[in-house]
Design a protein around this ligand. Structure first.
Ligand code: ZN
Ligand code: ZN
Length: 429
C-alpha cells in the first residue's frame, strides 16, 4: 500500500497545501523526493523543473550555460571508443535501472524504478512483467528536455486533427480518449571532417541552328541543344556536424522524419532529473551500424557538393573516394509524445515532437467523404451543362438530362449512407 505523504513542515513557503481529500497518495518511489511531502518529483515541461504531482512543490532546473554545455556534452572519438570502451560500457540511467522488451514491437523500454508500466507506449501491447537489469549501456551525455506538457501535446494534436481533410467524423471524439505517453527516444549524432577525391565528366550545353524541310515542302529553321562533355577531377571537403541517426527503429521512419527538425543546439547536458516521470527507450542500433547510416547520409550530401564543384549543365561522377577524419559521436535522448488510437480495428499512431509541438501521424480516410465530394463535383458539372444549354435555348434539352442519369447510374451504391444524394438517387432508381 502506498504511504501517505508526511505532513508539510511548518513555516515552509511552498505553494498552499491541497486539501487532504484532493490529494492522491504518492507511490513509494524516492529517487527525487519532494522536500515538502516526500513524494517522487517528476520532470514537468511547463515548470521547466521537477514538480511534485501531489503538493505542487517545484524545483526549477536552470538550463546549462554555453561553457557548461561545451564541457559536459562531450563528443566521443568513434574509433577510440570502439577500440577501447564499447565492451566496457556499463553506464546506467539513474531512476531507470531495469528494462523490458516489448513482445509486440521489440522496443526495449527503460522502466522507471518503482513505477508500474503495464503497456508499451508504442504499440499498446501488455508488457510482460519480466524486467532485466540494464547492462552494457553507452550513457547519453545529452538530452533535449520535454518543453511541451501532456496538455500542450494534446492541443497540437487537436489542431492537427482539425486540419485533416477527409477524416472520419468519429475520429475527433475518439482522439480525446487517446492517452499520450512521454518517451525519450534514443538517437546517435555523428560529426566528421570529410575529404573526397573524385573524377567524372562535365557537360556543357550549346545550341546550333538547323534548317529542315517541313511536310509542306517549305524550308524551316530550328534550334537544337547539344552537350559537350569533358573529363574533370577534383576534391571537395566538408565538415558534418550532428548527423542525426535514430538509435532505435521502433518509431516508423516515415513518422520519425516528420518530427524534424530537432533543436539540437538546445541540448542539455544529461541529468537523471529530466527523465523522472517519463519513459525512455534503450538504443538498439549499434554505434557501428548507426555510423554506417550516417556515412550514407554524408555520401548523399557529398554527391551534391561534387556536382556543384564540377559545375556546367550536367555532371557524371565515375569514381570517388571519401576519407572520414576525426569522427566523433554522441548519444542523445529526444522527447516525443506518443498516442495510439484504434479506429475500426486498426491501430493508428500519432507522434508529437516534445520540444517543437510538430505533429506526425497516421490517419484514417473517410471514403464516404471523398466519394461525396467527387459526386458533388460531377453534379456541379452536370448542372452547369444544363444551365448553359438552357441559356443558349438549345433545341435538345433532353440531352443534359440523359447525362445526369448516366452520372447517377455510374455512382457506387451508398446503401448505408445514401441521404446525401437522396432526390437524385431516387430519380434514377
Ligand atoms: Zn510534494
Ligand atoms: Zn511495443
Amino acid at each position: 500500500m502506498p504511504s501517505l505523504p508526511p505532513p508539510m513542515p511548518a513555516g515552509s513557503d511552498g505553494p498552499p497545501p491541497i486539501p487532504q481529500a484532493e490529494r492522491k497518495a504518492p507511490p513509494p518511489g524516492r529517487k527525487f523526493p519532494c522536500k515538502q511531502c516526500g513524494a517522487k518529483l517528476d520532470y514537468d515541461p511547463e515548470a521547466r523543473g521537477l514538480k511534485c504531482p501531489y503538493c505542487g512543490f517545484t524545483e526549477v532546473i536552470a538550463p546549462a550555460d554555453e561553457n557548461t554545455r561545451a564541457e559536459e556534452i562531450k563528443e566521443h572519438d568513434l574509433e577510440e571508443f570502439l577500440a577501447t570502451q564499447e565492451e566496457a560500457a556499463h553506464a546506467t540511467i539513474g531512476g531507470h535501472s531495469s528494462q523490458v522488451t516489448c513482445a509486440g514491437c521489440g522496443a526495449v523500454i527503460l522502466l522507471q524504478d518503482k513505477v508500474a508500466t503495464d503497456k508499451c507506449p508504442y504499440c499498446n501491447t501488455h508488457l510482460e512483467n519480466k524486467p532485466e537489469e540494464v547492462k552494457n549501456l553507452i550513457a547519453p551525455e545529452s538530452v533535449l528536455p520535454f518543453a511541451l506538457s501532456d496538455r500542450q501535446a494534446r492541443d497540437s494534436f487537436n489542431k492537427w486533427l482539425s486540419g485533416l481533410w477527409f477524416a472520419p467524423s468519429e475520429l475527433k471524439q475518439l482522439a480525446n480518449l487517446g492517452q499520450f505517453s512521454s518517451m525519450y527516444c534514443p538517437y546517435w549524432t555523428y560529426d566528421a571532417m570529410t575529404y573526397t577525391s573524385y573524377n567524372g565528366e562535365r557537360g556543357d550545353d550549346y545550341t546550333t541552328t538547323e534548317t529542315y524541310t517541313d511536310s509542306d515542302g517549305k524550308q524551316q529553321t530550328r534550334t537544337v541543344t547539344h552537350t559537350s562533355w569533358r573529363r574533370v577531377s577534383g576534391e571537395v571537403r566538408h565538415f558534418f556536424d550532428d548527423v542525426l541517426i535514430r538509435a532505435a527503429k521502433t518509431l516508423p521512419q516515415h513518422l520519425a522524419d516528420k518530427l524534424n527538425p530537432w533543436a539540437l543546439p538546445s541540448l542539455e547536458p544529461y541529468k537523471d532529473e529530466y527523465l523522472s516521470g517519463h519513459q525512455a527507450e534503450r538504443y538498439s542500433v549499434s554505434l557501428t551500424d548507426g555510423y554506417g547510416e550516417a556515412k550514407q547520409v554524408m555520401r548523399d550530401h557529398i554527391t551534391g557538393l561534387i556536382n556543384r564543384d564540377i559545375g556546367g549543365d550536367h555532371q557524371r561522377i565515375h569514381w570517388r573516394q571519401t576519407q572520414h577524419n576525426a569522427v566523433t559521436f554522441k548519444h542523445t535522448l529526444l522527447p516525443v509524445w506518443i498516442a495510439n488510437y484504434r479506429y475500426r480495428e486498426k491501430l493508428f499512431q500519432v507522434l508529437v515532437n516534445g520540444e517543437s509541438g510538430k505533429v506526425a501521424g497516421d490517419r484514417p480516410w473517410s471514403w464516404f467523404k471523398i466519394l461525396r465530394l467527387v459526386f458533388l463535383i460531377l453534379l456541379a458539372i452536370v448542372l452547369a451543362a444544363v444551365l448553359v444549354s438552357k441559356v443558349r435555348g438549345s433545341s435538345a434539352p433532353a440531352k443534359p438530362r440523359a447525362s445526369l442519369q448516366s452520372v447517377c447510374a455510374n455512382l457506387p451504391d451508398f446503401s448505408e449512407e445514401n441521404s446525401f444524394c437522396g432526390p437524385f438517387v431516387s430519380t434514377r432508381c
